[in-house]
Write a protein that binds this ligand. Structure first.
Ligand SMILES: NC(=O)c1ccc[n+]([C@@H]2O[C@H](COP(=O)([O-])OP(=O)(O)OC[C@H]3O[C@@H](n4cnc5c(N)ncnc54)[C@H](O)[C@@H]3O)[C@@H](O)[C@H]2O)c1
Length: 288
């Protein structure tokens, strides 16, 4: 695989927060994308959402000047990964679901095509048991928003091969991304640090120690956090956060990863953060 963006055709599985962000990054860098989701409503909204994200990235100087956009194709069938030069899986953080979808994708694509999971915390080697060629599987933990953040945590599983690592590096370079490679472990580096911190911040709100605004303001003003952990939580999506904490808790036994009641209650009430219009903060009527 080469660093020439026009030679890449990436299949992105999942048209949620991350899938549309990754697709916007790729299309904005001239890379063709097949975006695949089983939810027709998500696909209906995806083209406009991605166009909005590309506009946002352009305004903030995060896209190359004068490069034609890649073609965007939408599909509801995982089998449409066929013919792509890389598969990036960004579906719901449920281990069994990911295993099934990655298994189907790996049975469909050419051997040697890198299969990449954007999981927040499921060990890559756990998922490797479900694909036909474990050596083709690795993790790229794009941060949110993927179309703005250039640094990417790349996870090399114990069975990941050098060819897959090299192909993934080439693809990331073609999209102006900088990779930091880490070893496989639940939550890798970033989620293992960030998720318990957000969980603790939510617990402080639930315990009445401070409200969300005060927690975030202190973390910004005293500790230099860019947005505060609870605004970050709303951006991530509280449903995804609870799923990811459960993945971490089950695999580490670390009690700071057990989703706190405050988070669980918000998710039960349908307050998922920015994507539903309300989480720790209210976004209804805001410009996104
Ligand atoms: N949200 C974040 O900030 C963030 C950051 C880094 C990594 N991640 C990880 O990225 C992945 C996606 O997270 P998200 O926040 O975009 O979730 P999301 O809930 O916004 O989107 C998930 C999408 O997957 C789709 N999906 C579910 N089953 C599918 C299937 N069988 N085939 C195709 N599509 C299917 C859903 O319809 C949905 O559109 C998760 O593994 C998450 O942990 C999320």
């Amino acid at each position: 695989m080469s660093t020439d963006h026009y030679s890449h055709h990436v299949a992105v599985l999942g048209a949620g927060v991350m899938g549309t962000g990754i697709a916007a990054m790729a299309v904005g860098h001239g890379v063709a994308v097949s975006l695949i989701d089983i939810d027709g409503d998500k696909l209906d909204r995806a083209r406009a959402e991605i166009a909005g994200k590309i506009r946002h990235a352009g305004l903030l100087g995060s896209l190359p000047d004068g490069r034609d956009h890649g073609e965007l194709t939408l599909s509801d069938s995982v089998r449409d990964v066929a013919g792509s030069t890389a598969v990036i899986e960004a579906i719901t953080e449920e281990p069994d679901l990911k295993a099934k979808v990655l298994g189907t994708a790996s049975a469909t694509i050419r051997p040697g095509t890198p299969m990449i999971s954007n999981t927040s915390g499921i060990p890559i080697d756990e998922l490797a048991g479900s694909v036909q060629r474990p050596e083709d599987l690795l993790g790229t933990h794009f941060m949110n928003p993927a179309y703005l953040i250039r640094m990417v945590e790349v996870v090399r599983g114990p069975r990941t091969g050098e060819a897959a690592m090299a192909a993934a590096r080439d693809m990331l370079t073609a999209m102006d991304r900088t990779a930091i490679v880490v070893r496989d472990s639940p939550g890798f580096v970033t989620s293992r640090l960030l998720h318990p911190m957000i969980n603790t911040a939510a617990r402080l709100v639930g315990d009445g120690v401070a409200d969300a605004e005060a927690v975030d303001t202190l973390m910004r003003g005293c500790l230099g956090h860019p947005t505060g952990p609870l605004r970050t939580a709303d951006l991530i999506g509280l449903d995804n956060l609870v799923d990811s904490l459960e993945v971490l808790h089950a695999r580490t036994g670390d009690d700071s990863c057990r989703p706190c009641p405050q988070l669980v209650d918000l998710v039960r009430a349908g307050h998922l953060g920015r994507k539903s219009g309300r989480g720790f903060y209210d976004y209804r009527g805001a410009l996104s």
